[in-house]
Design a protein around this ligand. Structure first.
Ligand code: DC
Length: 229
């Protein structure tokens, strides 16, 4: 096994299936799973709790630099030692995270933490800018997409499982707004890296997506050693 760390980057819009797939792949490959969206959500939660104006970039930067974030492999997220896993998965935090993630100083602070995580071990890292900005030299880049309707239906399903009942229309609007903000911001907007593999998951099962990415991974590596570079 090569000692070189492998970076598998997965980007895409909300509801494309990134978290589910990234977690499964990390398990299959024995890599660390890093959900970068959870990091922006954690800063958003801290900001809301401290009544920080989501446009106050100086204060948001201070929070981002001070935050001690732990992403456990079971998906739990700790902020300064407190388990905030359930608290960051609300509609309010999706919206607040999208807002704080548009602040350049917040991105700088979190991207630095993400690069440190990827330098230590092989990772499956998912987000919006992993292949374009955090690790532009990532070994494998995947861009997961799906139609707006499919993504909204998935989000609705997740929210309902948590007892949060919304209409499909409401969720479609929320996702559309978030996509718009995430892909038009000045700093590291959501976009497909030029060398990323595009997978439209609208009509694929989780297993099919997982197998498709594992195939790409195997084609590009041999016993953990990269070919073709
Ligand atoms: O993936 P998610 O829904 O948990 O992400 C929450 C927000 O964080 C999303 O609206 C955009 C932002 N984000 C980002 O800007 N860059 C990342 N690498 C990950 C998430």
């Amino acid at each position: 096994m090569s000692s070189r760390k492998i970076i598998l980057a997965i980007d895409g819009p909300a509801g494309a299936g990134k978290s589910t797939i990234a977690r499964r792949l990390a398990q299959r490959l024995g890599f660390l799973y890093i959900d970068t969206g959870a990091m922006y959500r954690a800063i958003a939660l801290w900001a809301v709790r401290t009544n920080t104006d989501l446009a106050d970039s100086h204060r948001l930067e201070q929070l981002s630099l001070a935050a001690v974030l732990d992403l456990a492999q079971d998906g739990s997220v700790l902020l300064n030692g407190e388990d905030i896993t359930a608290l960051i998965r609300t509609q309010q935090m999706s919206d607040a995270a999208s807002r704080v993630s548009a602040v350049p100083a917040v991105r700088r602070a979190l991207v630095q933490k993400q690069r440190e995580m990827g330098a230590r071990q092989s990772v499956v890292m998912e987000g919006r800018d992993i292949g374009t900005n955090v690790f532009p030299d990532a070994d494998i880049k995947i861009y997961l997409d799906a139609s707006l309707e499919v993504r909204a239906a998935r989000r609705l399903h997740d929210l309902e499982a948590k007892g949060d009942h919304r209409s499909l229309d409401h969720v479609v609007r929320e996702i559309r707004e978030r996509d718009q903000r995430d892909s038009t911001r000045g700093e590291a907007p959501l976009r497909q890296a030029i060398d990323a593999f595009l997978l439209d998951t609208s009509r694929m099962t989780i297993e099919q997506v997982e197998e498709a990415i594992l195939k790409i991974y195997r084609d590009r590596t041999s016993n953990g050693k990269e070919l073709g570079r």
